[in-house]
Design a protein around this ligand. Sequence first.
Ligand code: UD1
Length: 371
Amino acid sequence: MKVIIVAGARPNFMKIAPLFRAIDRHNGILKEGGERIDPVLVHTGQHYDVAMSEVFFRDLGLPNPDVNLEVGSASHAVQTANIMIRFEEVCLREQPDWVLVVGDVNSTMACTLVAAKMGIRVGHVEAGLRSFDRTMPEEINRIVTDSLADLLFTPSEDADENLLREGVPADRIKRIGNIMIDSLLFNLEKIRARETLDSFRLQRKGYGLVTIHRPANTDNDAFMRRLMEILGNLSSRLPILFPVHPRTRKQIALCGASGGFGDGKNLKLVEPMGYLDFINVLDGALFAVTDSGGLQEETTFLQIPCLTLRPNTERPVTVTQGTNKLITLQTLEQDVEMILDGRHKKGMIPDMWDGFSGERVISMLAEQAGN
Ligand code: UD1
């Protein structure tokens, strides 16, 4: 069984690593009559900076991509179209039995569209999440991908319900849990052995971690200026570490917020980090402020208070069960104050965030062999 596994952008890499491990395991313990799975790793090149891509391959022990489509950055239409044109050639050449896509980035949707039109079966890992906010490019990607995929591997009950409501037949929906947590658990010892936190002269549970990269936030000048002002204020209470996404760096400079905030010592704007370093500083943080999807889940797993600067989330279990809280800039300082006072909900770890999601995907895929 030949399976193309697609990854394109930073949040995809930690979701494909467990699939490769599970395939190795599957092939290693093949029973008589069982079918080997041959993976082909296609990197679309949506993310290309060393810090946004290569570091993750190294950190996660991923094989080098078999194919890199090298599409780079462009408008949504151009990026999506380029991925489609180049991915079609790969499918024609490789003739895969399945294409596995993960997450909700443009690469996820573009490759799904290509495969579905070529009659190649598609499995979507992290299916069914919905923010119900179509101003988010990711929401469009999720809806298109899920409406075309043959197998929908979901992380949670809400995802199953969303898909059923949209008319997806129940036998296509397979709950496998949270695959990103597989990577976190698998690497936790390595992560905790790193000295990233010390290299920034930070003390465990003595600082806040910030990441912001969604266009709805970064491309709003008033938001960015106010955010930087608030982070400057907060940094007089405790150090704030802010690894800055390339998009965010551009916007901070554009809106003129780059100077005059904080004392430059306690508000640390640093380059994007690799996986192991980033989870090391997350694990040591007292709290996180973010608009990332993945971080809402990683904080829930590590039971770290998370303040999410978004009006909605496609990952509601992080709010109902985990440590996540949706907030606005208006209450950010107050919310941090509550955390400093020890008044933030504790949260619990949701069901099936257990490190075996990748294995569930691969064993369900193997069951499809010969069908
Ligand atoms: C993409 C995903 C988003 C995900 C995020 C994680 C889509 C629609 N969005 O958003 O869901 O949360 O990745 O990072 O797929 N850039 C670089 N170097 C890189 C990559 C990007 O400098 O390696 C800059 C470019 O200026 C580019 C901008 O960042 O225009 C945005 O990159 P893009 O891939 O379009 O979207 P992200 O904001 O990264």
